[in-house]
Design a protein around this ligand. Structure first.
Ligand code: NAD
Length: 455
């Protein structure tokens, strides 16, 4: 089966490579000639663990190709995927469908023989039905079906998520489309994934509802963390105790600086607007967005307060810039809110991220010293702030951190250190949803179970 994947971003590239790994012939298309040239020279345009090796293996095996020639790639395909970006527009946050509509028309003109057109981009209700209409109007003789196949992979674990997903959702009404999709996803279903066939509208809604549910959990646990901090509870114990309830589960209960990335922020905005447009506004989704926006802004205040209320002329070492570890994606990262606020308050920034610095430099243009590693970032710094929980930040040499920083002050917005360890090393340690550790009060520190059990 010949597959053409249009859009070689985080979703398209990973999906295309994974299909080729299952033995399909895959051609990945992008309008970005620079991206395609890089891929042809085996330079990855994005960072995703395991991607480079998989691209190389499948190119060598003659199953994976990259091109800017959309018409040719579409003409030869049995299945065409659309995986272009659908970023929020600036007026009401609804997805911008310009790229999707352009691609749909180009696909329509190039179709040859029966072709299944599968949309993987996240789109508002009614869009897949409209894709079908656009193709029929643009090319009345075309023999095609449309399917909606929203993607649920997470950056950082995208290959594993794609190859062993919890479920595959397909909005497909025709029998022929369902047969093609069953055949296509058979290798993944044999690994245990369930394929759910439904209508276009339900498939579209599943994607928005799932991401909004996850966003709501994060916003909720972040609010509980604030309450823990004020009342002496420990959010790590609380999240664990809540998550052990099978009805709730332990995923997406890590308190932090607010959710970011390319999905939760934009998909909640879209759902909010769709619900308003339909005359059934979602109070929960509206509150989640408000809570998360406020949280990202409040994190800089937390850092300034930890620094004694004034950060002017102080040097802050920042570890982690991307919205999560395992990716170079900076979209809606908390760092994009926190760092400018610290700079505006007069701080000097020394920053390090294992994969995100090139992308971060496009977003954060002012006055940042980009560093070679974590300890380089701490050189001459008055305090350390951990923004993203990359593995390499989890086991820093605390003696070296203490010796490198000018003051033993650490703000950990991901709770990756134990309060006991920070106390032993004499740090003033501020984290999320847990009592502050102050060196002067170290002896009277009231340990939580987490600290005692070395959890
Ligand atoms: P992205 O911005 O990383 O990639 C989109 C790609 O489409 C770019 O390479 C761009 O050059 C290409 N493109 C745009 N217009 C084109 C055209 N006319 N012809 C050919 N190529 C074109 O986007 P992404 O993060 O991969 O997201 C794609 C879709 O998948 C979005 O709708 C997103 O909401 C959804 N999604 C993303 C994720 C994620 O983790 N990134 C997860 C699930 C779903």
């Amino acid at each position: 089966m010949q597959i053409t994947m249009i859009g070689t971003g985080y979703v398209g590239l990973v999906s295309g490579v994974c299909f080729s790994e299952f033995g399909f012939q895959v051609t990945c298309v992008d309008k970005d000639a620079d991206k395609i040239a890089k891929l042809q020279q085996h330079i990855m345009p994005i960072y995703e663990p395991g991607l480079e090796q998989m691209v190389e293996a499948n190119r060598k095996a003659g199953r994976l190709f990259f091109t800017t020639d959309l018409p040719q790639a579409v003409a030869q395909a049995d299945i065409v995927f659309i995986a272009v970006g659908t970023p929020p527009n600036e007026t009401d946050g609804m997805p911008d469908l310009v790229a999707l509509n352009i691609v749909t028309k180009e696909v329509a003109k190039a179709l040859k023989g029966y072709t299944l057109v599968v949309n993987k981009s996240t789109v508002p209700l009614g869009t897949n039905r409209n894709i079908s209409k656009i193709i029929a109007e643009t090319n009345p003789g075309a023999d095609f079906d449309v399917a909606s196949n929203p993607e649920f992979l997470r950056e950082g674990t995208a290959i594993k998520d794609f190859m062993a997903p919890d479920r595959i959702v397909c909005g497909a009404t025709s029998k022929r489309a369902r047969e093609h999709l069953n055949k296509l996803y058979e290798p993944i279903c044999l690994n245990g994934a369930e394929i759910l066939f439904t209508t276009f509208e339900s498939a579209e809604m599943i994607k928005y509802a799932a991401n909004s549910m996850l966003a709501t959990r994060i916003a909720f646990i972040n609010e509980i963390a604030d309450l823990c901090e004020k009342t002496g509870a420990n959010i790590r114990d609380v999240a664990r105790g809540v998550g052990l309830d099978n009805r709730i589960g332990d995923k997406f209960l890590q308190a932090g600086p607010g959710y970011g990335g390319s999905c939760c922020p934009k998909d909640t905005l879209a759902l909010q607007q769709m619900a308003r447009n339909a005359g059934v506004p979602s109070q929960l989704v509206e509150a989640t967005i408000k809570s998360n926006d406020a949280r990202k802004l409040s994190m800089s205040e937390k850092i300034i307060t930890a620094a004694g209320g004034n950060i002017k002329s102080k040097t802050v070492a920042i570890l982690g810039l991307t919205f999560k570890p395992g990716t170079d994606d900076m979209r809606e990262s908390a760092s994009l809110y926190i760092i400018p606020a610290l700079i505006a308050a007069g701080a000097e920034i020394r920053a390090y991220d294992p994969q995100g610095m090139e992308e971060a430099a496009h977003h954060l243009k002012t006055n940042i010293k980009w560093c070679d590693d974590a300890y380089d970032a701490m050189q001459g710094a008055d305090m350390l702030v951990i923004l993203t929980e990359w593995n390499e930040f989890r086991s820093l040499d605390l003696d070296k951190v203490r010796a490198t920083l000018r003051h033993p002050l650490v703000v950990d917005l991901r709770n990756i250190y134990k309060r006991q360890d920070m106390k032993t090393h004499g740090f003033h340690y501020v984290s999320i949803g847990r009592q502050e550790v102050k060196p002067s009060e170290a002896n009277i520190l009231d340990l939580n179970i987490e600290d005692e059990l070395a959890a």
